[in-house]
Design a protein around this ligand. Sequence first.
Ligand code: NAP
Length: 314
Amino acid sequence: MRAIAVSEYGATPAPMNLPPPEPGPGEILVRVIAAGLNPLDWKIAEGMLKDSVDVPFPLILGRDGAGVVEEAGEGVTRLRAGEQVYGCFAAVERGLGSYAEYAIVREDGPVAKMPEGMIYTQAAAVPTASATALAMVEQARIDTGQTVLVVGATGGVGQSVVQLAARAGAKVIATARDDMAGTMRRLGADETVDHSAGDLNRQVLGVHTDGIDAVLDMVSDTRAAEHLAQLLRPGGTYITTTWAVNPDAMEAKELRGVNFKGEPSAELLDRLSDLIDAGALRVRVEREVPLEQAADALADNRLGGARGKTVLRI
Ligand SMILES: NC(=O)c1ccc[n+]([C@@H]2O[C@H](COP(=O)([O-])OP(=O)(O)OC[C@H]3O[C@@H](n4cnc5c(N)ncnc54)[C@H](OP(=O)(O)O)[C@@H]3O)[C@@H](O)[C@H]2O)c1
């Protein structure tokens, strides 16, 4: 089968012809029609898991995907051949991922029926980013009327965070360069602040002189997060996908710090499908490219500037 893989950590992702996987007991073989790109994909290609997982090479990249159940392994009852599914289809310990014509997922893993109103290229853009956003907004425990700052709001995770935080009743301040300010407001942000136009704290405190209740952060390193945490009122929450906070140090300042670890599941995917089908969550595909252009798309994502999701057509 055609796939995009790396022959070693740090190698350029390249098209390869590899044997299709066979589904074992409890596993589903998916014929992948579209794969969604996440920063995690190039991080893994660069060696993020090298000390924690024994990975065989070549390693097929990617985890998000949408396609059709090709074959259900022994004992599988939840999904049947021919069903349209989406989810996270990576099995890195077996060298398998979603940037391929076929991928494997466990029946009890992160796989669910596709949202009814979506085509494959849209559904492939949803799993990791929007499941992260849904779980993250819940962990932030936002109360109606609270003011929250979303940092990295214009990216894949951020766009869903903005919509779901607004839906939870928050007053949302979204980071956005000029070109994305209108989009952020249409997604539910009440205000935007431009992270390329000077200190965010100064911009936020200029309007919210008493500070804010929560920061949901997809981009900051430890130093930047420490600075942004000064925006929080006592009792406030700082939640980050980049593991940039020290929860103990924050507790000492009467703040709650959470380093978020996403665990996409069938249950989260089903809830996302419901939100999407109800028109309560939109996922913006910024760019669609053929599988063979994965290396360029990954390099571009690494450089920054995402304005939505990138999807590979298999
Ligand atoms: N912990 C977990 O479980 C988990 C789960 C999912 C994702 N993540 C991580 O979360 C991060 C975000 O993922 P993503 O898929 O949303 O990435 P993405 O789609 O590449 O988006 C990143 C966005 O952040 C913006 N940005 C960059 N620097 C910024 C700054 N200083 N202030 C405000 N905005 C800034 C970028 O726009 P500009 O470049 O134009 O500023 C871009 O729109 C990645 O590091 C990913 O690995 C972690």
